[in-house]
Design a protein around this ligand. Structure first.
Ligand code: EJD
Length: 403
């Protein structure tokens, strides 16, 4: 890849690789240096611009005409490079095309469909919480975060039982693929073919059970809201973005609370605060750390010009800890703070369409745990899980103390 210098000599630059092991493992020192270097920072390692402050990240997310998604949400510019898979009709599209499919998806993941899911999602949440608290020492990732979403979400989509083990690898692949051509991305792509083939097969109408999100997407095609060619691609979006994200979200929330005993005590005292605990945990350790937009014109951001046709990396995880927005205690986890307005689900026209599902899953499983455990303590060192986009853990050993 050719790395060009910024045309404006006064743009600060940082030599760090945001997709290197160090930053992926512990990004917060880099985030602070990024925000303090200036509103716009050039990253010469990849020839990209970066925004790390809340105000500038939200401004870029809101201006979809200047900061487009249709040239890819990863480092690759679809105007110059072939994408690794056909672009997503949701993530990698701009209005007006985006608006059509997004409207149809809003109808599928609707308040009505969510009300129907609450009961079906509650029983497994309670069962898992019973089992884990009885067990005592468990792994919050492999015994909880990777278990509960996979127990409820594939059923909600209407997937067959066989082959569900492909879901986590596919998500891992897609989120690594947003990054540069590094070892994480190359390794993921090397084993992608069978996983991709399975996913595309599940998107076909005949493989989706009645009543699920998948069938509802096809029904939207029958009603003419989208085309029948678009339907399988939208099912693919659910399978790409609907599993790993929630797994990381649940694991990061339990990790955060297990490291802050006072916060868990508050939640145990008032399990109805689970929703707020989730937002604060998402703010504090955002599962989706970064994604890209591409500029369609020279654009001034807080006094600095970013040239047109440039990849801009938006640091959601940094915006969510920006003291300019959250105050001097931005790095402190506090489930009592007003965390609403964080950008862990994005902002603007692309804001997470699956958000109600993620919120339902986490609320149910966290409430169930908070009711049953009066404390949750670290029971060993957590093991980071490296991904070019997602921040989280391969293992978080914890001890649940029964109430
Ligand atoms: C995503 C960063 C898709 C898709 C949608 C959203 C994401 C990924 C894939 C969520 C990226 O439509 O396939 S946060």
């Amino acid at each position: 890849m050719t790395v060009e210098s910024p045309s404006t000599a006064d743009v600060p630059s940082l030599d760090d690789d945001p997709f290197g092991t160090e930053v992926l493992t512990d990004p917060y020192d880099f985030h602070r240096r990024l925000r303090d270097a200036g509103p716009v920072v050039f990253l010469p390692r990849h020839g990209i611009y970066a925004l790390g402050r809340f105000a500038d990240v939200t401004a870029a997310l809101t201006d979809w005409e200047t900061f487009v998604s249709s040239r890819g949400a990863g480092i690759s510019d679809f105007a110059k490079e072939e994408p690794w898979r056909p672009p997503s009709l949701l993530l990698e599209a701009d209005p007006p095309d985006h608006t059509v499919v997004r409207t149809a998806m809003n109808g599928v993941i609707s308040p009505r469909s969510m009300r129907a899911l609450r009961e079906r999602f509650a029983a497994p949440a309670n069962e898992i919480a019973d089992r884990l608290v009885a067990q005592g020492t468990v792994d919050a990732v492999t015994d909880l975060a990777e278990v509960y979403p996979l127990q409820v979400f594939p059923d909600a989509v209407g997937l067959p039982e066989a082959g569900r083990e492909n879901l986590l690898p596919y998500g891992g692949l897609a989120f690594n693929a947003f990054g540069p051509d590094n070892e994480l991305r190359r390794k993921a792509l090397a084993t992608a073919a069978p996983v991709q083939a399975w996913v595309m097969e599940q998107c076909q109408r005949e493989n989706l059970a009645p009543g699920g999100f998948g069938e509802q997407i096809w029904a939207a095609a029958d009603r003419g809201e989208i085309t029948h060619e678009q339907a399988p691609m939208l099912v693919r979006s659910l399978l790409t973005a609907g599993v790993d994200t929630t797994v990381y979200g649940i694991a990061n929330t339990v990790y955060a609370l297990s490291r802050h005993p006072g916060q868990w005590a508050q939640l145990h005292g008032q399990p109805a605060r689970a929703k707020f605990a989730f937002d604060e945990a998402l703010r504090w350790e955002s599962p989706v750390q970064t994604f890209f937009r591409t500029t369609t014109r020279d654009v001034e951001v807080a006094g600095t010009t970013i040239p047109r046709d440039t990849k801009v990396l938006l640091f959601l995880g940094s915006a969510n800890r920006d003291p300019r927005q959250w105050g001097e205690d931005a790095d402190v986890l506090d489930i009592g703070r007003r965390a609403a307005g964080h950008v862990a689900f994005g902002m603007g026209v692309h804001q997470c369409v699956g958000q109600p599902v993620a919120r339902l899953e986490t609320e149910l499983v966290l409430t169930a745990l908070a009711q049953r455990a009066r404390a949750i303590e670290p029971a060993g060192d957590p093991v980071p899980k490296l991904n070019n986009t997602l921040k989280g853990w391969a293992s978080v050993p914890v001890r649940l103390v029964p109430a």
